[in-house]
Structure formats: C-alpha cells, structure tokens
Design a protein around this ligand. Structure first.
Ligand code: ASP
Length: 350
C-alpha cells in the first residue's frame, strides 16, 4: 500500500513537471513568398519566390525550438502576387481547425510580403479564436546575404507564444515590429523596413525574443467577427478600379459586364471618381452591384458623404480601409447582405 502511494506520488510529480515545462504548441503554415525564395547568386536582386519548403525554413532557425513545440506544414508554395480567394478559404479553415480542434496554442504563417496585408486582414475577419495568429515573411530571399527571413520567423514564433499577443487580432511580424492586420501596409517595394501601421503606427515590437505591445486595435476582429467561411467554397467577385486624371470608364464597365458582385474604387483624393467612371458606377449600383469608395492616397480616411453624396447614390465609404482591404471586407460583407446601409455598418465596425 505504502509502495503504491509513493509510486502514485512520483507519477503525479512527473506529470506536473512535464505539464509545467511543456512548451506552447505552435504550428507553422508555409505558403511561399520571398522567405522561401532563392536567388541565382546571394548578391543578386533577381530571384524566384516560393522555392524552398517548410523544412528548409525551419532548419534555418533552430532557435525557435527553444521557444515552442514546433511543427510545420506546407499549404501552398507561391509568390504572394498569386494569392487568391481559394487559398484564403483553405488557410482560414485550416487555422480554425488547428486552434479550435487540434489544440494548437498559436499559428505562424510564412507568406510573401506583396499581399500579406490582405491575407492578414482576411484572417482577422474569419479566424474564430483569441489565440495568436502571426504572419511573417521577408524582403530578401532565403540564400541572400543578410537574409531577413530567419529573424522574422524567430520573432513571429516569439509573438505566437506570448500571452500578450492573445485577443488582439491577427498580426504581421516584420523587421522586429508587430503590425495590426487592419492598419498594416507595405510601403516600400524592396527595403526590409517596408511595413508600416499608417497614422496609428505599429502595435508592438519584439525585443530579445519577447513581445511588447504598445496599443490594441479598436475595431472588431476574430472572435467578434460575424463572418464565417467554414462552409464556403468560393467568395463573391469584387474588383478594384484605379482612379487617375482623364480616367477611362472601361475597367469599371468590364467588371459590370462580367457580373461582378462589387467594385471598389481606388479613387483620387477622398475617394473621388472621374466623371465618366462615376456614371458607370451609378448605373452599376442601380443594378445591385455594390460600390465602395476608397482612395489611392496612402493615408487618411475616405469619408462618408463628402464630395460624393453616398446617401443619394447608395455608395459605401471605405473609411480607413485602403482599396485592397476594402475589397476583402466587401467580399465578406456580400456573403451576409446586399444592402448598402448594412455594408456601410460593417465598414464602421471592422
Ligand atoms: N513577390 C514576393 C511575394 O510576395 C515578395 C516578397 O515575399 O517579399 O511573394
């Protein structure tokens, strides 16, 4: 009896020790990008994104094994210029599975930088979990001199294991900084210091493998989001029309003819249309195609009822979303409603 008691005590002690020392379970999903890119020579600017697989990415930064119990999977291996709705749906479903069914504590997604902000925002609206979801990429290919991928991946894992990164939505981790999915923008074509959080700035930073959070987002995201893609096989079709002096109405008309469900204007100034484009947009809205006004200006909101009378024409103002993110929200909004007023509400909330 005494013997049995001590065996039990040892077993309990062992379980507690293992439990206490167990590292957070983090899954890394690789999708390609420059972080998985290879250049012809280490000093050359010519390279191809999405060449090496998940194991090569993990092998380049063995230090992540000190932070977490790491496992990886390859979802796709593409340059993020080829990112599409199909991969987004697959990715959102997989992240939800990992966090809500398979017991993972966080997910890191390696991704090209070109469309990272769009993927981050899509996940911000479709992942149903408070657990950290962090996107990381790089501006230099994996075999470049001073490749930035390994440090970005290490920092992303440090963010994914941090309780401070729970409940603040999907984040991007680049160049030692943490950026919020709604505000993050790629600002420079080639520099490592390319991501910015716009006027609201970065959300935090990583220093010595620790996440430091400076502010939290005030828009709805993740668990508070009403958008559910779990049963969707495709998304509504939404295109973007760019504004410029003497603009042609042909692109807007082409989207109408191709029966797109929505069109986002990357307008001039405060989301203004060239007159010919405006005429097509009014007719499109009358046919039930939703029109969202955003701006080609890098900063500042596209305001409701400013130079354009949105109430009169039933247009939606993108407010603080740039055209590419307004497209993401409009696609998801169209899975719920075709009422422009309800869509405008979504733009106020998300
Ligand atoms: N074109 C690359 C991509 O987005 C650029 C990068 O990853 O930095 O996949």
């Amino acid at each position: 009896m005494k013997h049995l008691k001590s065996i039990l005590l040892v077993a309990v002690a062992l379980l507690v020790t293992v439990g206490l020392s167990a590292k957070p379970k983090i899954r890394i999903i690789a999708t390609g990008g420059t972080i998985a890119g290879i250049s012809t020579t280490s000093a050359s600017s010519a390279y191809t994104a999405g060449q090496v697989g998940i194991q090569t990415l993990l092998d380049a930064v063995p230090q992540i094994l000190n932070l977490a119990d790491i496992s990886g999977e390859q979802l796709v291996n593409i340059g993020s210029q080829d990112m599409n709705d199909e991969v987004w749906l697959k990715l959102a479903k997989r992240v939800n599975e990992l966090l809500n069914k398979e017991g993972y504590d966080g997910v890191v997604i390696t991704h090209g930088t070109d469309t990272m902000e769009e993927t981050a925002y899509f996940l911000n609206l479709t992942v149903k979990s408070d657990k950290p979801v962090i996107l990381a990429g790089s501006m230099r290919p994996s075999n470049a001199i001073s490749a930035d991928g390994p440090a970005n991946l290490y920092n992303a894992v440090a963010a994914a294991v941090s309780p401070k990164c729970r409940g603040i939505g999907v984040l991007c981790c680049m160049n030692n900084q943490l950026l919020d999915a709604k505000t993050v923008i790629k600002t420079h074509t080639i520099d490592c210091d390319t991501f910015e959080g716009g006027p609201s700035g970065i959300i935090g930073y990583i220093y010595n493998g620790e996440a430091h959070i400076l502010q939290t987002p005030n828009n709805k995201h993740t668990k508070e989001s009403v958008f559910d893609v779990s049963k969707l096989e495709k998304l509504p079709k939404v295109g973007i029309v760019y504004g410029y002096a003497n603009a042609s109405a042909l692109p807007m008309q082409a989207f109408v003819d191709a029966k797109f469900d929505g069109i986002v204007l990357a307008g001039v100034g405060d989301g203004n249309f060239y007159k010919d484009v405006f005429e097509v947009a009014v007719k499109a809205q009358n046919k039930g195609i939703q029109i969202v006004r955003s701006s080609r200006c890098p900063t500042g909101p596209t305001c409701l009822n400013s130079e354009v009378d949105d109430e009169k024409y039933h247009f939606v103002a993108a407010l603080n979303l740039n055209p590419q993110k307004a497209r993401v929200l409009l696609m998801l909004a169209l899975t719920k409603t075709h009422d422009w007023k309800e869509i405008q509400e979504f733009f106020l909330e998300y």
